[in-house]
Design a protein around this ligand. Structure first.
Ligand SMILES: Cc1cc2nc3c(=O)[nH]c(=O)nc-3n(C[C@H](O)[C@H](O)[C@H](O)COP(=O)(O)OP(=O)(O)OC[C@H]3O[C@@H](n4cnc5c(N)ncnc54)[C@H](O)[C@@H]3O)c2cc1C
Length: 387
């Protein structure tokens, strides 16, 4: 008979969702194993932009991992009409995912989690109230399973928790820029060039990450928009190896099954439709999953409805709103661009984003946001110009 090591919780995937869930569980003295198919540190296609709601989510300092912080965002329409929107609050902190994910999993290990990297999970089964996890070299057992294994999640494919029908795509490349010249670049979003999406520039310390995102899963050739953009910016990509990945939006239909297997982050489909943001939702869902499992272990009962209620209130509600706003925005360009970039809407968005509010929280806290704007606490400016 094959001997199988047993854990309270096994987490498949050591991205931000899995690592943060592991960190939270290990802190509660729960026996947790994280398995990732790649050897860490590993590359992950991602621009590494942490919005205020994301960088405020960690309960430890992340300042050493931050390459660049910004209180300014430039938006443009077809790279011709520009808005330089600035204030006195940090909107986004940029990290490098290879380093950042390594930092997060080390936090989990330091708190007591076990991590096995370079080990691919090939089969997952649920029998006699236990999960059996088969990898390319070993078997493990556990009472609770967290699928943090990204959009192609083996956990989701095995248990059919959420249908993967709604998604977009993003592609990116880094372009080296000297430290002296990095100040010439602002965090920029260009709308109207890529159909149903945008082009971005995210400055880091010695390079800018330039990318393209579309909400349209059927779109081919997104890369050609990116190549044209890079040329117009006068940048030279570090290689011809453009890296892309699916951005899931299907989490708005997530339904928690009654057995103790929870999907988190991209595996659950928690990517924001309008912006493509995913790291915040990864960390938030990882936190919720860890908290629900911790109380289930204490009570001996897995309350799947509690998990669904929290996902609904703290994640899905905001994602749904972002979905409808995004549908309207991309479907009505350039009218929607002019509308959103006018002074009051843009100031509300700046204030809400810098406070780390989700879309639904921004609506419910509108009076507080407006009162702060009236007092001009954030000194928001919005300069429009043409090129
Ligand atoms: C080009 C691009 C740019 C982006 N930019 C941003 C941005 O600036 N800001 C932002 O907030 N979001 C961004 N996103 C989205 C963000 O990258 C994801 O939402 C985020 O990485 C999700 O984290 P996660 O932990 O759920 O999954 P992941 O980070 O995808 O981690 C999943 C892990 O599971 C492992 N795994 C998968 N299958 C198995 C298996 N069978 N066995 C073992 N391990 C397995 C993988 O190796 C991986 O390490 C971007 C996405 C793309 C594609």
């Amino acid at each position: 008979m094959i001997s199988m090591k047993k854990y309270d919780v096994i987490i498949i995937g050591a991205g931000p969702a899995g690592s943060y869930a592991a960190y939270m569980l290990a802190k509660s003295k729960i026996k947790v194993l994280v398995i990732d198919k790649y050897s860490f540190p590993r590359y992950k296609p991602c621009a590494g932009g942490l919005t205020a709601k994301a960088f405020n989510s960690f309960d430890f300092p992340i300042s050493k991992e931050v390459k660049y912080s910004t209180n300014t965002v430039v938006t443009s329409y077809k790279n011709q009409i520009f808005h330089n929107i600035s204030g006195n609050k940090i909107l986004v902190k940029m990290v490098e995912r290879k380093e950042f994910d390594d930092f997060l999993i080390k936090k989990a290990i330091d708190s007591g989690a076990t991590f096995l990297d370079g080990m691919k999970v090939t089969e997952v089964t649920w029998e006699n109230a236990e999960f059996c996890i088969k990898t390319d070299s070993e078997f493990f057992r556990c009472n609770y399973l967290i699928g943090a294994d990204g959009t192609n999640s083996i956990v989701n494919r095995t248990f059919n928790i959420v249908e993967r029908d709604l998604y977009g795509f993003a592609v990116e490349i880094n372009c080296p820029v000297s430290k002296n010249n990095i100040g010439k670049f602002n965090m920029t979003f260009d709308f109207g060039t890529v159909p149903n999406g945008y082009l971005w520039i995210f400055p880091k310390d010695e390079y800018v990450c330039v990318g393209a995102y579309t909400t349209n899963k059927k779109m081919k050739n997104i890369q050609k928009y990116l190549i044209d953009y890079i040329e117009k910016l006068g940048l030279v990509p570090e290689s011809e190896n453009f890296k892309g990945h699916v951005i899931p939006h299907y989490g708005i239909n997530y339904k928690q099954p009654d057995f103790p297997c929870i999907l988190v982050g991209d595996a659950a489909g928690f990517g924001e439709y309008w912006t493509g943001e995913g790291i915040y939702y990864a960390v938030k869902s990882g936190t919720i999953a860890a908290e629900v499992i911790s109380s289930s272990i204490k009570s001996g009962i897995f309350d799947h409805q509690a998990l669904q209620r929290r996902y609904q209130k703290e994640i899905i509600q905001g994602l749904k709103l972002a979905y409808y706003i995004g549908k309207f925005f991309y479907g009505h360009l350039p009218l929607s661009f002019n509308l959103v970039m006018s002074y009051l809407p843009v100031s509300i968005m700046y204030e809400s984003a810098s406070r780390g509010l989700t879309f639904d929280q921004a609506f419910s806290k509108l009076p507080v946001v407006l009162s702060s704007l009236i007092q001009n606490k954030s000194h928001i400016s919005n300069n429009k110009y043409h090129r």
